[in-house]
Design a protein around this ligand. Structure first.
Ligand code: CTP
Length: 408
């Protein structure tokens, strides 16, 4: 069980931290909530205490005999501040210790994650940006806020990322020094990465389609991980119904044809492309203009034609410095057969790296965890198992190691 401190600053998005708290406690973490005095104006102490099952303090003069201003920070495995307001970022950047939360921030040895939320003007203000840059230079992990509707009628960057998003980031940082390091150094800063996710739908008629079981979770985890490591991320999402990560540009697509068009248009501007989507290999040769009707007891024969192999097309056209990653979901009897299938597919597709997983029994789709090997033409370069967030980071490690750094 990991010990997480959830710091909550005084912004309207404090109510969303309740959902984050639930997610963290439901995944068996011990969470101590440290709200600021102003946070309690939005969500009361009773809510935090009930949801966390633990006492809640905001000031250093409460429960003084337990020395909470030092103990809470020192014993944490992760401190996450959500929402981190402009004022909290400013106080943290200047090393203030004027309430319990800022004391915790000064005494924590563990990774500290900030999820900012504020009005767009406040986020874009030079003072806030300088505070964020200073905090990042000191190793604090600061997420980019989401872009969208703010309190009131206006919209722009400044929304708190979704609770699911922040919770997924927390999971990827716990007990994972390699990921914390990659996020701290922002090893994908200045890079544009394009990730495809989800499963395509191939229309049969105006109401029916041929589809597949891909949930898009691994592609979403890849996009979120790259964004956290500083990349500019475009997520090409095929029929994804899962919550999408903040800070990414999303291009929605439906069919393999749409996906091919979107990916080929994005290719010239990309440093790396990861094809985590499951595009249909076949599409109906004709799409019926009207709804296909039953004809007595007769069955229905469909004529299908092959779609574009997007990965092979991208690989054939890739500029010299671009790294292209494919996925191979295979049903193999054992690791030897899996590796043989993977090597053959890597060669056939012409990509740099292939993420191999065994989907015998459909065990992977829609689940939060997975087990993969990353291979290149010489053999296995990485293997990972566990949460898809962790796997996403190991894939980016492999992309960085494959030469992305040397080829700006
Ligand atoms: N892929 C693609 N375009 C397609 C089909 C697949 O870009 N029309 C990509 C997938 O996104 C994945 C990789 O190719 O990254 C491998 O997908 P897979 O379905 O395993 O490959 P197939 O070419 O369909 O191979 P198989 O003959 O084994 O079905």
């Amino acid at each position: 069980m990991s010990r997480i401190v959830l710091g909550v600053a005084g912004g309207i998005a404090a109510y969303k931290a309740c959902e984050l708290l639930r997610r963290l406690t439901e995944s068996a973490h011990e969470v101590t909530v440290v709200p600021t005095e102003n946070a309690l104006a939005f969500v009361g102490e009773a809510t935090w205490a009930a949801l966390s099952g633990r006492p809640v303090h905001t000031q250093v003069f409460e429960a003084v005999h337990e020395v909470p201003h030092v103990r809470i920070g020192q014993h944490a495995d992760l401190v996450v501040v959500a929402p981190a307001t402009a004022d909290l970022l400013a106080r943290a950047a200047s090393g203030r210790a004027d309430d319990l939360l800022t004391n915790v921030l000064l005494t924590a040895h563990c990774p500290v994650l900030m999820a900012p939320a504020m009005h767009t003007e406040m986020w874009l203000h030079a003072a806030t940006q300088a505070n964020v840059a200073l905090l990042r230079s000191r190793g604090v992990l600061v997420m980019d806020p989401a872009d969208g509707r703010l309190t009131g009628a206006d919209s722009g960057p400044g929304r708190l990322p979704e609770a699911s998003d922040i919770a997924a980031v927390c999971v990827s940082l716990l007990d994972d020094a390699a990921t914390v390091d990659a996020v701290r150094t922002r090893d994908l800063a200045g890079r544009h990465v394009v990730v495809s996710a989800g499963g395509t739908h191939e229309a049969l008629d105006p109401v029916r389609f041929l589809g597949n079981a891909s949930s898009g979770l691994q592609g979403i985890a890849l996009a979120r991980a790259a964004s956290l490591r500083g990349a500019r991320v475009t997520l090409v999402a095929a029929n994804v119904t899962q919550p999408l990560p903040s800070g990414c540009t999303v291009v929605p697509v439906v069919s393999t044809g749409d996906l091919a068009e979107a990916m080929l248009a994005l290719q010239p501007d990309a440093d790396a492309i990861v094809m985590a989507a499951a595009p249909a290999d076949f599409t109906p040769a004709e799409v019926s203009a009207g709804k296909i009707k039953k004809d007595g007891d007769a069955g229905l024969e469909l004529r299908l034609r092959q779609t574009t192999d997007v990965l092979a097309t991208l690989s054939a056209r890739r500029p010299r410095a671009q790294v292209i990653v494919g996925f191979a979901a295979e049903t193999a009897a054992d690791d030897t057969e899996l590796m043989a299938l993977g090597r053959a597919k890597l060669a056939r597709k012409g990509c740099d790296l292939l993420v191999l997983n065994n989907v015998s029994g459909g065990a992977v789709f829609g689940r939060p965890d997975n087990s993969v090997a990353v291979i290149d033409a010489r053999g296995t370069v990485a293997s990972a198992q566990g949460d898809k967030a962790v796997i996403a980071h190991r894939i980016w490690d492999a992309v960085v190691a494959s030469g992305l750094k040397e080829n700006p």
